[in-house]
Design a protein around this ligand. Structure first.
Ligand SMILES: NC(=O)c1ccc[n+]([C@@H]2O[C@H](COP(=O)([O-])OP(=O)(O)OC[C@H]3O[C@@H](n4cnc5c(N)ncnc54)[C@H](O)[C@@H]3O)[C@@H](O)[C@H]2O)c1
Length: 401
């Protein structure tokens, strides 16, 4: 069975690596550099081993391509492309549209089209199906389904096999074929009654995290004003065995999921006349944390950071990955510079960011820890500046939230 996967990033390459064990996989991506690398068996994604890719390439079960015509003849096409926000923070479906164009123009046989990209309820029914029909001239009756991705790159305990997967087709046949496809490499498949339920569930999962993170970020500000430790208070609350789930404060929320997906839910709510005030405010609270962190550091320095050398430690959006999308470090640096600080950053996992190389972890007046990778030692961080502010909760010796 031939499976084409549109987009070879975190989601698409992960699925390709699992599917390669059972299917002939074509990984389509419009980034030539990534495709060249993948065809040499070099993975650019945490959690996808190059050795696995090399194995599938050798067995003739994986190849990457930028040529849309290579997807022709596929039994299944999986769409895994970015779903970001526009400049005015509205859902941006231009990548989905481009993927639909590739599929519509190149696929000459009937197939099952599955969307794994995160988007608002109705995307597969009202957007993807009509778009593919438009680009293919409506000659083929494809099957359509959604199976939102839950992968958490860099995570060891949960993977494609043991993370339950939601799915639903537009028809019973589409649902059945979707189940057959994933059941080879996923132990628990959960069918829901419509694609809209699966799409909404994915958005709600991330919105749940967003609002709880906002709540704990606000709580950190309250505990600081009360002169008590937020971490000790959270640990105390967490001794309750039911009805509580611990979230931890930070300098803000990064990645392309938590800061983005809830806005897809808010947009679809507002389109239907439901004000999504709670979701919108949670996003604002998380964005404001970067300013709060800088204000705290400034207050500890007599109200001015003018001319101080500040090292921002850890610019990836979370530990042990090189992903900097929507990282809170960006806003922290912006606020620091606005206060006249001379800012450098250190993150050897990221390496290069905005064309700049990671600086030495030493010699600053102030260090602010945004993300702590396991490979970076606590001692080294504490020795990097006479004053260290920790926004991660991992350095109890430092000043912190
Ligand atoms: N990364 C995660 O942790 C995660 C988890 C769950 C869901 N998601 C969702 O999955 C989707 C994909 O995210 P990702 O993290 O894999 O993104 P990514 O940026 O890592 O990868 C996307 C890939 O798609 C390629 N691409 C863009 N437009 C294309 C097109 N028209 N045709 C072919 N390739 C194209 C890019 O070159 C890139 O390699 C998004 O909707 C995201 O919200 C991501």
């Amino acid at each position: 069975m031939k499976v084409s996967i549109i987009g070879q990033g975190y989601v698409g390459l992960t699925i390709s690596a699992y599917a390669g064990e059972f299917y002939e996989v074509v990984g389509f991506d419009n980034n030539q550099r990534i495709v060249n690398q993948l065809n040499q068996g070099i993975s650019h994604i945490e959690g996808v081993e190059s050795s696995v890719l090399k194995g599938w390439i050798k067995a003739g079960r994986y190849r990457a391509t930028t040529d849309g015509s290579d997807i022709n003849g596929s039994d299944i096409v999986v769409i895994a492309v970015p779903t970001p926000l526009t400049k005015d923070r509205q859902p941006d479906l231009t990548f989905i549209e481009a993927a639909c164009k590739t599929v519509g123009e190149n696929l000459k046989n009937q197939a099952l089209i599955i969307n794994e990209s995160t988007s608002f309820p109705g995307t597969i029914r009202r957007y993807i199906k009509p778009a593919i029909e438009k680009y293919s001239g409506g000659k083929l009756e494809h099957l359509y389904a959604i199976s939102p991705e839950r992968v958490d790159p860099g995570r060891g305990d949960y993977n494609q096999r043991n993370t339950p997967r939601l799915y639903s087709g537009l028809t019973a046949e589409a649902s059945e074929k979707t189940r057959d496809f994933y059941s080879k490499f996923c132990d628990k498949l959960v069918e829901v009654s419509s694609p809209e339920v699966a799409e909404a569930a994915k958005l709600f999962e991330n919105t749940f995290r967003q609002v709880n993170i906002a709540l704990v970020n606000e709580f950190a500000q309250i505990t600081n004003a009360l002169g008590i430790s937020v971490y000790e208070t959270l640990d105390a609350a967490n001794t309750k065995p039911y009805g509580f789930m611990k979230f931890t404060p930070s300098a803000g929320v990064g990645g392309h999921c938590i800061p983005v997906d809830p806005t897809y839910l808010a947009a679809v709510a507002e389109e239907r006349g439901v004000p999504a005030t709670f979701i919108r405010r949670a996003n604002e609270v998380n964005l404001e944390m970067s300013k709060y962190v800088v204000d705290r550091v400034e207050a500890d320095h007599g109200g001015s950071l003018q001319g101080k050398s500040v090292l921002v430690v850890g610019v990836a959006y979370k530990p042990n990955v090189a992903d900097v999308r929507e990282t809170a470090a960006e806003l922290v640096i912006e606020h620091l510079r606005a206060q006249g600080a001379v800012v450098a950053w250190h993150d050897d996992v990221v390496g290069t960011w905005h064309g700049e190389k990671s600086s030495e972890l030493s010699g600053a007046d102030i260090a602010i820890v945004i993300t702590k990778h396991d490979v970076v030692g606590t001692k080294e961080i504490m020795a990097s500046a006479p004053y260290v502010f920790d926004a991660t909760g991992k350095l109890p010796q430092a000043h912190g939230l």
